[in-house]
Write a protein of this length. Structure first.
Lengths: 140, 323
């Protein structure tokens, strides 16, 4: 457990957050390499089952990143994302899972700095929390 | 929920409008005192039966039938709620329905009933609810059981005992209540206690999908949790089959079962009729309603939404909390 490196899955929307992450890269801002980005067309298409599957496959944290409310390329996709996020987070809390490991982030294409900062902060938080053991697939 | 109720139901069924081609009601099972949902022709009214053991939800049957028939349905509060929800989701049309609403005092938990009743199930002639007592009659003998001993636990928290939307109503209207005291009680436990409770519960789950199968809201033709929705032919190689996308693991262990139940429940947000069919169908007797009711609580408290509203929860976007 000495050198624990958290694994963080980020579902980033194609139009805002992915471009934001890209901007962070092109403007040479550093954020931890623990963050693995999966590009999706809209944060509204992120199925709660994917989030749970990510935890099952050993992710220590999951972030859904999308456009700010009102800025969605598909008008309302991020509202759906937020609705699902609240429901899933409450359920995870209810069953006793550390719901802090699951995060929703609004980051626009121009907010490369914000994206890098938020990701660094989240990675540090997960690093303190330690490995996610509850849902991780174990060899049984 | 006594002989009088049944007489009223039969009476109403005899004077149905002429265009109605089927009655979806309850018919007593052979050799068991409980009723099951059955589809009858309007001239078979005499087969109908009704008792506190008519606990099943006819909404799924009605959904299949009411596509191109006019159907009369005998509905308790939760059944009418499920029908209303299906109507909101454009699965049935209200014009095709004739709802005989029943003001329901709650139904009996069959598992508790089987353990309490002293007669053999096949011998029981009638089960009636008179006042606060369940009166079981068998071969001239009689057993009186307090209703509170055998009531289905879910009915204690019933929000809608009387249908809101009906053509005829049988019985006096009852007031429902929004009560999440059991969930609040559970939330007081620490995260570790809750986790070990659910792990204990879901380690028993055998993932038979009965809860999904009976649920009036789970009507999708293709379900996310099914092993694979892609075509498999005898020529499909094993490697290809193994690489098919799937959301859930193949294993039946507590964590995978938990994921299955969370995904299942998530799909019922703001839609659940609260009939408790999932819990009744569960062969392992798991407390599935607890997870469902937690979600109902979130929908009530965070989104301030009631499932009885006209606009479906999914399409209502102005209910999100700030921030």
């Amino acid at each position: 457990m000495e050198d624990f490196e958290p694994k963080i899955i980020t579902f980033a929307c194609n139009w805002c957050s992915y471009a934001g992450a890209d901007l962070a890269g092109t403007s040479r801002l550093k954020y931890p390499p623990n963050v693995k980005i999966i590009r999706v067309m809209c944060s509204g298409m992120v199925n709660p089952a994917w989030v749970l599957r990510a935890f099952r496959q050993g992710a220590d944290g999951v972030v859904i990143a999308g456009c700010h409310p009102g800025d969605c390329h598909y008008t309302v996709g991020n509202y759906y994302a937020k609705k699902r996020y609240i429901l899933l987070k409450e359920l995870l809390k209810f069953v006793g899972f550390d719901d802090e490991r699951f995060k929703l982030l609004w980051a626009s294409a121009s907010e490369g700095k914000l994206f890098a900062e938020e990701m660094t902060a989240f990675t540090e938080k997960i690093r303190e929390m330690g490995r996610q053991e509850k849902l991780r697939r174990k060899i049984e | 929920m006594n002989a009088e109720t049944l007489e009223r139901i039969k009476e109403e069924c005899r004077k149905l409008p002429a265009e109605i081609s089927y009655i979806v009601g309850f018919v007593r099972k052979q050799s068991e005192p409980r009723e099951v949902v059955a589809v009858l022709k309007p001239d078979e009214v005499d087969k109908l039966s009704f008792s506190p053991l008519s606990f099943n939800n006819p909404a799924r049957t009605v959904m299949e039938l009411a596509k191109d028939n006019k159907v009369a349905v005998i509905a308790k509060g939760c059944d009418a709620r499920a029908l209303k929800q299906l109507e909101k989701e454009e699965k049935i049309e209200r014009e095709n329905l004739y709802i005989i609403g029943i003001s329901c005092p709650g139904v009996i938990d069959y598992r508790k009933f089987r353990n309490t009743v002293k007669f053999r199930l096949a011998e029981i002639d009638s089960v009636e609810l008179i006042g606060d007592e369940v009166v079981v009659k068998a071969g001239g003998e009689e057993q009186r059981i307090p209703f509170s001993e055998v009531i289905f636990e879910n009915c204690l928290y019933c929000e809608q005992p009387t249908p809101k939307d009906y053509d005829v109503l049988i019985g006096e209207p009852r007031e429902g209540k929004v009560d999440f005291s059991d969930i609040e009680e559970f939330e007081k436990l620490s995260a570790e206690e809750r986790w070990s409770y659910w792990m204990d519960v879901f380690s028993k789950c055998i993932r038979c999908h009965a809860c999904r199968q009976v649920c009036p809201m789970c009507y999708c033709n293709e379900c996310l949790v099914d092993p694979s929705n892609l075509a498999v032919s005898p020529m499909t190689p094993a490697e290809e089959k193994a690489a098919y996308p799937r959301v859930l693991g193949r294993t039946v262990n507590a964590a995978d079962n938990l994921i299955y139940h969370i995904v299942r429940v998530m799909h019922h947000a703001g839609r659940c009729a609260g009939c408790g069919e999932c819990e009744r169908a569960c062969p392992m007797e798991l407390p599935l309603r607890k997870l469902e009711r937690k979600l109902e609580k979130v929908v009530y408290e965070v989104f301030n939404y009631s499932p009885d509203e006209e606009i479906p929860f999914l399409s209502k976007l102005d209910i999100l909390p700030e921030g």
